[in-house]
Design a protein around this ligand. Structure first.
Ligand SMILES: Cc1cc2nc3c(=O)[nH]c(=O)nc-3n(C[C@H](O)[C@H](O)[C@H](O)COP(=O)(O)OP(=O)(O)OC[C@H]3O[C@@H](n4cnc5c(N)ncnc54)[C@H](O)[C@@H]3O)c2cc1C
Length: 386
């Protein structure tokens, strides 16, 4: 096993011990049947690992993003996957930063204890794609209710969530001066909504991600589920995205380290032509390159988390961290598979599962091109392409 980054060593150590109880066979079984890893999520919840970003006054440990990245990195390095529950860590940030005092007091302590699951975050729509301001799901105000109609796609964990942060239009795009205006954030109680205007349809994908399509057909919700001001929702969603990108990047770093650990161990052990395959430079160089790439990406991700925790601008670092980490983890995945030869394709080695899982991060939660576009226009001042 290669040397470990020892930021938050105690947290890392307890996450590693917890993950040791959830071996490859556990993840393989859930992957095979596309079922939700409830026991794993419960254990992380019980240990307080999902509430590290919630301030102490609301029942969390208020440790910050650096600690959260250490947790997710270790989950992924162990061969597990944080996707089933990582959103419980950060989706609440919209309520924390923009919610009313009453919303914070009502929801945050219960999210911190895990008695309320806030795993779902509904932005993407089939027609708008990455062009978020073109989303069409509309909430019409009628007295003390909003009536919601529309459709969302790729909304993960909706079936395993009590609450969902939902981005909708409350004013039509052609009635506002800027397309980013007229969008609002609603906090939907899924327990009330399902069957009363909200239908969830699971989408089977190449990985076990519990993602779904949502259909809103005159779903009525009370107006007090509005977070912040009506029409200002785009800003609220945007400012949660840095945390999300940094956390996802830390999952990529964990994946990358998993692949490097496994490739290194196998290359030392497997003998072909009378010597370990790792003695061949054609085998060891790609692993060494993967290590260098993951280490470099990890440095950028750590810097982004530091800036975030210091309340300093971190958009560029968060984006670069996510870009570099997702590409480095994918490179490491490919190297690991190649190092294992035929065995890399066998389910029991976990390589093919992690290979499928780590590919997602170049598309979601934001695709590589859109990050490059951010760097090109916001950092380098090149002309905007869209
Ligand atoms: C498993 C999974 C889970 C997800 N979970 C959630 C969730 O919980 N909540 C949620 O809201 N969303 C979720 N998503 C959606 C995800 O955020 C989007 O898939 C992602 O942002 C890309 O959007 P899109 O699929 O609409 O691609 P599109 O916007 O249709 O883009 C398709 C391709 O074209 C490229 N492209 C588009 N425009 C440009 C341009 N101007 N310049 C260069 N390239 C461009 C993109 O980079 C991309 O590669 C999930 C997706 C998946 C697959």
């Amino acid at each position: 096993m290669v040397e470990r980054d020892e930021s938050f060593p105690e947290i890392r150590d307890s996450v590693r011990r917890l993950c040791a109880d959830f071996q490859g066979t556990y993840w393989q079984a859930h992957d095979r049947c596309r079922t939700y890893p409830t026991e794993f999520v419960q254990r992380l919840t019980d240990h307080g690992f999902l509430s590290v970003l919630i301030p102490e006054e609301f029942g969390g440990s208020g440790l910050g993003l650096g600690a959260a990245t250490a947790i997710l990195e270790e989950v992924h390095r162990s061969g597990g996957n944080g996707a089933a529950c990582h959103a419980q860590m950060y989706v609440m940030g919209t309520v924390l930063r923009h919610g009313s005092e009453a919303q914070k007091r009502t929801y945050l302590p219960r999210v911190a204890s895990g008695s309320l699951r806030l795993h779902a975050f509904g932005v993407t729509e089939p027609a708008s794609g990455t062009d978020t301001t073109r989303l069409r799901t509309f909430a019409r105000r009628e007295g003390d209710r909003y009536v919601i109609n529309g459709q969302k796609i790729w909304i993960s964990r909706a079936e395993h969530s009590d609450l969902m942060v939902l981005l909708v239009r409350t004013t039509a795009r052609d009635s506002v001066t800027k397309p980013t205006q007229g969008l609002s954030v609603l906090l939907i109680d899924m327990r009330e909504a399902i069957g009363r205007g909200l239908t969830i349809r699971p989408i089977r994908t190449m990985l076990n991600h519990g993602t779904t399509e949502l259909f809103f057909d005159n779903l009525e919700v009370p107006v007090d589920c509005l977070v912040g001001e009506e029409g200002e929702g785009f800003k609220y969603i945007l400012d949660g995205m840095n945390a999300e990108r940094i956390l996802i990047a830390s999952e990529c770093i964990g994946d990358g380290r998993f692949f490097i650990d496994r490739a290194t161990a196998y290359a030392k052990d497997r003998e072909v032509f009378g010597r370990p395959i790792g003695q061949n430079q054609g085998v060891q160089f790609p692993i060494a390159r993967a290590y260098a790439q993951i280490s470099a990406a990890a440095g950028v991700v750590a810097r982004a988390a530091e800036l975030f925790d210091a309340d300093r601008p971190c958009g560029t670092e968060a984006n670069m961290g996510k870009l570099l980490a997702s590409e480095a983890s994918w490179f490491a995945a490919d190297v690991c598979l190649q190092t294992h030869g035929g065995f890399g394709f066998a389910e029991e080695y976990d390589i093919e599962r992690k290979f499928r899982e780590t590919r997602l991060y170049q598309v979601a939660p934001i695709s590589t091109n859109l990050i490059l576009s951010h760097i090109a226009t916001h950092v380098l001042g090149l002309p905007k392409s869209y």
